[in-house]
Design a protein around this ligand. Structure first.
Ligand SMILES: NC(=O)c1ccc[n+]([C@@H]2O[C@H](COP(=O)([O-])OP(=O)(O)OC[C@H]3O[C@@H](n4cnc5c(N)ncnc54)[C@H](O)[C@@H]3O)[C@@H](O)[C@H]2O)c1
Length: 392
């Protein structure tokens, strides 16, 4: 697939055989944080004919070097922090992927943008709304591309959800219900960076909740959140008998758990729309239900979704009334032969080269972040809160 333009990747009807990617100038790319998700980034960058991977950084001594060796990329300069790498002006970086744990997203992103470097930032955008606002300010002062790593957006079925809403068949949207989760799925197979407060900052809420929100908010045009009532809990993560810790050979991990494993929220959005949301890394049920969008003319059901994997349940069902009859239209699932992750990387590179808008703009994702941090803040305070986002 490499060599295809983003338009060709997203054109699910036409199979493009060739593509015009200008390779006369190679983009100089660095990777900050060489853990698990960085593997997906490097594999895609390696496929791109107009990319040279020139630098990498990780706080753990030797980790970045081993990472590039494992992926067979030679001549990469390695550093022990994002600052060391970004301060080295001889690198002449065009862009960086920020693949660090959540708690360092904001500092790495702001530092890179202030150095005039384009950024592809992994999800969630950050941990708090205040950090998100500082990121937006840095983006504005830099004039550089900042795209947030929501690859499921490029899945053909996610695009179909948006197409259904934009077709107008649902009428005015007034209620959306979103969520998902796992019965036992606290992510610890590669260590504890997701579950410790010092590194993860937020748990299921930020890890998979952000995707679940993005699926529906992007479909309905990202209305601004106004108020949030939130709830979070950690019954499974802090349980010494949690089966997942035993299964990964670390029964002691419950002592490190410092985030949420379940969260729920009731959010008022601009335009008189209500969002009803719940997400779990662990719970005593298989799924907290389907995602639904209710409008004045129709409803859309997206069967219980694993949208964080870039996939949703199917078929999509559209409920309408036609000629006095209540009908249900099924939309079968589409398959794409291009992985979403490839489109995520290619669209970031194209935005740098063409000076175009970020494929997943921070100006939208700040609303996603406001909901995540609003749920956490409301849960901590035990009452509804107002969301305040200044004009930037
Ligand atoms: N888009 C996706 O599909 C997807 C999937 C998994 C994880 N993620 C996101 O990617 C991020 C990383 O997840 P992971 O599983 O790779 O975590 P990880 O713990 O395996 O890797 C993170 C690495 O970042 C390094 N690091 C932290 N701060 C740093 C800094 N200031 N400078 C240099 N290195 C630094 C750590 O030492 C660590 O090696 C998380 O925010 C997660 O939510 C995205």
């Amino acid at each position: 697939m490499a060599g295809k333009t983003v338009d060709e990747m997203l054109d699910f009807n036409v199979k493009a055989e060739s593509a015009e990617i200008d390779t006369s100038k190679k983009l100089r790319i660095g990777i900050i944080g060489t853990g698990w998700i960085a593997e997906a980034h490097i594999e895609q960058y390696k496929k791109m004919p107009d990319v040279e991977i020139v630098a990498g950084a990780d706080l753990i001594p030797g980790k970045a070097q081993k990472f590039f060796e494992k992926h067979g990329v030679e001549g990469v300069k390695c550093y022990l922090s994002h600052k060391e790498m970004l301060d080295d002006e001889s690198l002449k970086l065009d862009g960086v992927s920020i693949c660090t744990y959540n708690m360092t997203h904001a500092e790495c992103t702001i530092y890179a943008l202030d150095k005039g470097i384009n950024v592809l930032l992994e999800k969630p955008m950050c941990v708090t709304l205040e950090e998100g606002i500082e990121i937006l300010k840095a983006e504005k002062r830099s004039g550089k591309v900042l795209s947030i790593g929501f690859q499921p957006r490029f899945d053909p079925n996610m695009i179909m959800v948006k197409n259904v809403v934009e077709s107008g068949v649902l009428g005015k949207i007034y209620y959306i219900q979103s969520g998902g989760g796992r019965r036992r799925g606290i992510p610890t197979p590669f260590g504890t960076t997701f579950i410790e407060k010092e590194t993860g900052g937020i748990g299921a809420l930020g890890d998979i909740g952000c995707y679940s929100l993005d699926m529906l908010l992007n479909a309905i045009g990202y209305p601004k959140p106004l108020t949030v009532t939130g709830y979070t809990s950690d019954f499974f993560g802090t349980d010494p008998n949690y089966i997942g810790y035993k299964n990964c050979g670390h029964p002691e991990y419950y002592k490190k758990f410092g985030v949420d494993d379940f969260a729920a929220g009731f959010v008022r959005l601009e335009g008189d729309i209500i969002l009803d949301f719940r997400i779990a890394w662990a719970m005593n049920i298989d799924s907290p239900g389907d995602a639904i969008i209710l409008g004045t003319k129709g409803g859309l059901r997206i069967p219980a979704t694993d949208c964080w994997n870039g996939s949703i349940g199917g078929p999509l069902k559209v409920y309408t009334e036609v000629g006095g009859e209540q009908v249900v239209t099924e939309i079968p699932m589409k398959q794409s032969d291009v992985p979403c992750f490839e489109v995520k990387i290619r669209s970031f590179l194209d935005a740098i080269k063409n000076g175009t808008k970020a494929p997943v703009p921070a100006s939208q994702i700040i609303y996603n972040q406001a909901i995540l941090s609003g749920i956490k803040k409301s849960a901590d305070l035990g009452k509804e809160i107002q969301i305040e986002i200044p004009e930037i």
